[in-house]
Ligand binder design. Structure first.
Ligand code: PLP
Length: 392
């Protein structure tokens, strides 16, 4: 028995939850089991809730300043977890990782510039690049039948002189790859040679299974550090996305000054009281909880794998190395993207992210969020099994 409880099903409807309260506008009905958006149906670590409770007892929520212990908590976290030694001065702020990507676009690129992404990939990447008139340049991942890989030949061809930035999703959502040191080093060499700035979205870096190891791209070499920004956050790891706090680590002084110029102009440096305290408490005290969480999620992953193999062989798990949102290969159901989404919503009554939402290469896949009590995972899988049985 662990110290922490991941089995209790906690009611989340009418709690201002995107996952549970946004289903009608997005999926057309609200009686679905939500297995989409990447947050968890678990309470945050008690250590985090205790820090927030103390603050509520204090009762004053005036303008916030991040103090030394906040920066120390982040420095210590990336040092302990990844052996990445960073200077506290490198830590810049963003309310979220997506806003950080938007700010990177505004800070370092011009309208018309190409920004490279590797679809199928987290769908806001498309909006952020296209939203301010930058050009989306695609370097689609290659599917081997077992896993997705970077097509380096295509990458080199796509990075012409009009491409000034790339968004790297590391670990990769939704294909679940945790890029190896070799893959990352090759990527850095190619981008450095062509003056391409890498924005490494490492929000999933703490959710990695024992058969893989995350390497922060910027920790590889001085060269890697000098051409990259890294975004991290306690939001996915500790289920505190609603506290809107993330960190952007920028080792290069000139790049950092430019980033800070943007956050200062937007006047968002102050931050959120609960986010600041929640982040600090999570990184300082959340490690035992995270260890148990990963065991639980790994248990869910094995449950999912075995359930599919035994009961729904038409759907195949793409075995992830990281993230709690594995990609499921549904191509054997022989439906196009629209039919597949309609099938999951209307017949199975589960809300999942359609693979096509992630762009090129995603059609025929669905993404399932398994960071939920086992009872809800079982409920979702049984619903899908019944729906598939009916069309066999
Ligand atoms: C790759 C990736 N980046 C960013 C985010 C969201 O970041 P934020 O909520 O901090 O804007 C997610 C959430 O699912 C994600 O998967």
């Amino acid at each position: 028995m662990g110290r922490y409880d991941f089995d209790t099903v906690i009611e989340r409807t009418n709690t201002c939850s995107s996952k549970w309260d946004l289903m009608t506008p997005l999926f057309g009905q609200n009686d679905l089991l939500p297995m989409w958006v990447a947050d968890m149906d678990f309470k945050a670590p008690p250590e985090v809730n205790e820090a927030l409770r103390e603050r509520v007892e204090h009762g004053i929520y005036g303008y916030t300043k991040r103090m030394t212990p906040y920066y120390e908590a982040i420095v210590s976290w990336v040092g302990r977890r990844f052996g990445w030694e960073i200077d506290p001065d490198w830590i810049c702020h963003s309310p979220g990782v997506v806003p950080a990507l938007s700010m990177a676009i505004l800070t370092y690129t011009q309208p018309g510039d190409g920004v490279l992404i590797q679809p199928p990939v987290y769908y806001p990447f498309f909006d952020v690049i296209g939203g301010r008139g930058r050009r989306i340049v695609e370097n689609p991942l290659r599917f081997t039948g077992e896993r997705f890989e970077i097509d380096f030949g295509d990458l080199e061809r796509k990075l012409d002189s009009s491409v000034t930035m790339m968004f790297l999703c590391s670990p990769h959502n939704p294909v679940g790859r945790v890029w190896t040191r070799e893959e990352l080093a090759r990527l850095v060499d190619i981008c450095a040679e062509r003056n391409v700035l890498i924005v490494a979205d490492e929000i999933h870096s703490d959710i990695v299974f024992p058969w893989a190891k995350h390497t922060p791209l910027a920790s590889l070499s001085e060269k890697a550090a000098s051409i990259s920004l890294t975004t991290i956050a306690p939001s996915k790891t500790f289920n505190i996305a609603g506290l809107s706090t993330s960190a952007v680590i920028v080792p290069d002084k000139r790049l950092r000054e430019r980033y800070r110029n943007t956050t200062s102009f937007l006047h968002i440096d102050g931050g959120n009281t609960f986010g600041t305290l929640g982040c600090e408490a999570a990184y300082r005290k959340g490690e035992p909880w995270l260890g148990e969480l990963m065991e639980y999620i790994q248990g869910n992953l094995e449950y999912l794998d075995s359930f599919l193999k035994t009961n729904i062989p038409e759907i195949r798990l793409i075995r992830p190395e990281g993230t709690y949102i594995p990609f499921l290969d549904c191509r054997a159901l022989k439906m196009n993207a629209k039919e597949l989404q309609a099938f999951f919503v209307n017949e199975a009554k589960v809300a999942m992210d359609g693979g096509d939402w992630f762009g090129t290469g995603g059609e025929g896949f669905m993404r399932m969020n398994i960071a939920t009590p086992r009872a809800l995972l079982r409920e979702g899988l049984e619903r899908i099994e019944r729906a598939v049985k009916a069309i066999r």
